[in-house]
Design a protein around this ligand. Structure first.
Ligand SMILES: [Zn+2]
Length: 308
């Protein structure tokens, strides 16, 4: 599955003709950074308070704030957090969805997945009706993006395509997308050609969105729950997962993590409790190429802590 319409290219978000009377869902800074002016969009309402690692309460807040306004479509603008909230709101309100990523990593603009915090736990919702109607991928947005955000998005995309390549749900088509995505992302990161991340991240979204991420993502959420950014957590959890799975991407992923120079991480939560929480994540673990036991999970968490 993919959105019926994907617009790709430098300037594509500026040149697109937006329907009037839309609700834009984005994060603080969208106006001051000039994103809204860039779209040249008229007659819109805006919600610009999506927080990082957004919660289901944000979705409920937007729905109650705008439920009596008769707008035509919802435009999600921003990083994965803004897009995940926008897609979920539009899904609940049964509105058309146009998704415009300004960071390139989550692939959210082309997936049927929305990740939201429920009871302070990262939870991923999967539904065909969460898929966008229109995705607009414009690498112009990378200009002025802080390096910390570029790094976190880029490694998320690398983790997603390389985990999904090995997913049990994969097929030659998704593997082709994931493999091509990894080549592009690796080139972009190792050569500081960050505008290329836009294409790499789009192909990753199309690949993993149709096959699923696996052990690396399953291991990462306990770190996210302690406030570590998604990409930052994956740079260590996907690395140990690739080693465990004998992934063909293990060494290349390791070189990318080294180049991006992430600070080491460790878990505060008791490893026994953490492993039980991770084992509940069937959406990711059932698709892992190799079954994993509780003890093996504890050993992987110990390995990450030891590197600290
Ligand atoms: Zn991810």
């Amino acid at each position: 599955m993919q959105p019926p319409s994907i617009h790709f290219g430098t300037g594509s978000a500026r040149d697109y003709h937006y329907p009037s009377n839309s609700l834009i869902i984005t994060s603080k800074g969208a106006i001051s950074r000039g994103w809204i002016d860039y779209l040249k969009i008229k007659n819109f309402s805006i919600f610009d308070e999506v927080e990082p690692n957004p919660s289901i309460e944000t979705v409920e807040k937007i729905i109650s704030q705008f439920k009596n306004e008769n707008f035509f479509s919802i435009i999600g603008l921003g990083g994965g957090s803004s897009l995940d909230v926008a897609k979920f709101v539009a899904f609940k309100m049964e509105k058309k969805k146009t998704m415009i990523p300004t960071t390139f990593g989550s692939g959210s603009e082309v997936t049927r997945i929305s990740v939201l915090n429920v009871d302070r736990k990262k939870t991923s919702f999967h539904n065909d009706k969460i898929l966008a109607d229109v995705a607009i991928v414009d690498s112009n947005f990378i200009k002025g993006t802080p390096m910390e955000i570029i790094k976190n998005s880029a490694i998320d995309s690398c983790a997603q395509c390389s985990e999904a390549y090995d997913s049990k749900l994969g097929n030659p088509y998704t593997k082709f997308l994931c493999n091509t995505a990894f080549d592009i992302l690796e080139y972009a990161i190792l050569n500081d050609k960050f505008e290329k991340l836009a294409l790499g991240s789009l192909l990753t979204g199309l690949g993993f969105g149709n096959s699923s991420t696996t052990l690396g993502h399953a291991l990462s959420y306990v770190y996210s729950n302690e406030g570590i950014m998604h990409g930052h957590a994956l740079s260590f959890t996907t690395l140990v997962a690739h080693k465990f799975n004998n992934s063909i991407f293990y060494k290349r992923f390791e070189s990318i993590v080294k180049k991006l120079n992430f600070e080491k991480i460790s878990l505060n939560l008791d490893l026994n409790l953490a492993s039980e929480l991770i084992l509940e994540d069937k959406k990711h673990l059932d698709n892992n190429p190799i079954p994993i036991t509780k003890n093996e999970i504890i050993n992987l968490l110990k390995e990450i802590n030891l590197n600290h």
